[in-house]
Ligand binder design. Structure first.
Ligand code: F6P
Length: 355
């Protein structure tokens, strides 16, 4: 391994938020590139929690990362800790970086984690961000690693559910992840042959779903597969509690809503069709990443270290087309990237047409 002769500086790395397949590939990309340029890499455990509590994973070396790009989860661990909800959280992070001789920080995470990274940048920390979310909803990038694995996992389950739904003349409601944006439901539902797909971008009408179920029955198609994003909301009813449980970033804990179960009851009541639900939940982000997510992860890790080496901080590496580029963290976090109207029209062509 060539070392350029630069003074051995150290990069801290954290992985925040929910885990996503491809995180370990990013870590490998960071370590390989950093070592090539003569930097050390120090991992902290469980996202911001590790930096606040000075909980060090250890120095990451070449042997340790050799094969990790093929594995799921994150070797560093993750958490949804929000430093700005903790007394002197920001100070503790800065102290921890100093105490452990970390000159730079690479934060890998979604909008919550990168929002903290941006605040730290404004407080003087030399930080670079890497976008991560299986929801694929960050506006500052065309796609995120983890999404490809998640849609393929979900697609396989949706496709398989056809045989059991058909055998029992049932409607099956499949709930997939996707808080603000329906990318996961859209792509896994279309690819898995769902008959109706419900996204958070458009409030759903139970009548329209029931009409489709009835129409399929009239056409001697006695089963239907409905895919719904966990963040979707109905047009007419208030199905959820006024006071819902929230995480430390203020996000509603969606799995407590029992959305699919609510929908099952409505469909049974209005159509008489026997209906079941399946919540795919964390199976979507568990296990090995696809080839796409492994390679994207490696590329993002390498490019983040390039930014550190150029002293270009307060930035996030991103994907534009097939290229890796960069964007200011503030700009990248302005809004969520939701499914555009044209894609929703396209979806309806396949899911509400008279098959
Ligand atoms: O933020 C990504 C995500 O996978 C969302 O789609 C989902 O709502 C959430 O994480 C689940 O988080 P947790 O693992 O904390 O239950």
């Amino acid at each position: 391994m060539t070392i350029t002769g630069k003074k051995q500086k150290q990069i801290a790395v954290i992985t925040g938020g929910g885990d996503a397949p491809g995180l370990n590939a990013v870590i490998k990309g960071i370590v390989i590139k950093a070592k090539t340029l003569g930097y050390d890499v120090l991992g902290f455990k469980q996202g911001w929690k590790g930096l606040i509590e000075d909980s060090v994973y250890g120095k990451l070396d070449l042997d340790e990362v050799e094969n990790i790009h093929m594995t799921g989860g994150t070797i560093l661990g993750a958490s949804r800790t929000n430093p700005y909800q903790i007394d002197k959280g920001e100070e503790k992070i800065i102290e921890s970086l100093k105490k452990n001789n970390c000159d730079y920080l690479i934060a890998i995470g979604g909008d919550d984690t990168l929002g903290v990274a941006n605040k730290l940048y404004k407080a003087g920390v030399k930080v670079v961000g890497i976008p991560k979310t299986i929801d694929n909803d960050l506006s500052g990038t065309d796609c995120t690693f983890g999404f490809d694995t998640a849609i393929n996992r979900a697609m396989e389950q949706i496709e398989n559910l056809h045989t059991t739904a058909k055998s029992h003349d049932r409607v099956i409601v499949v709930e997939v992840m996707g808080r603000h944006a329906g990318w996961l439901a859209l792509d896994s539902g279309l690819a898995g042959g769902a008959h109706y797909i419900i996204l958070p971008e458009e409030k759903f009408d139970v009548k329209s779903i029931c009409d489709l179920v009835k129409k399929r029955k009239e056409d001697n198609k006695n089963y239907s597969i409905i895919v719904i994003s966990e963040g979707a909301k109905p047009v007419d009813d208030n199905w959820f509690e006024d006071e819902e449980e929230k995480d430390s970033f203020g996000n509603v804990v969606l799995k407590k809503r029992n959305l699919a179960n609510h929908l099952v009851k409505e469909i049974e009541k209005r159509t008489g069709a026997e209906t079941r639900h399946v919540v795919l939940g964390h199976t979507q982000r568990a296990g090995k990443p696809t080839a796409f997510d492994r390679v994207l992860g490696l590329r993002l890790g390498v490019e983040a270290v390039e930014l550190v080496d150029k002293n270009d901080f307060g930035k996030m590496v991103n994907v534009r087309g097939t290229e890796i580029q960069t964007v200011d963290l503030s700009e990248a976090l302005e809004k969520n990237r939701v499914v555009p109207v044209e894609r929703i029209k396209h979806m309806k062509l396949f899911t509400r047409s008279p098959f």
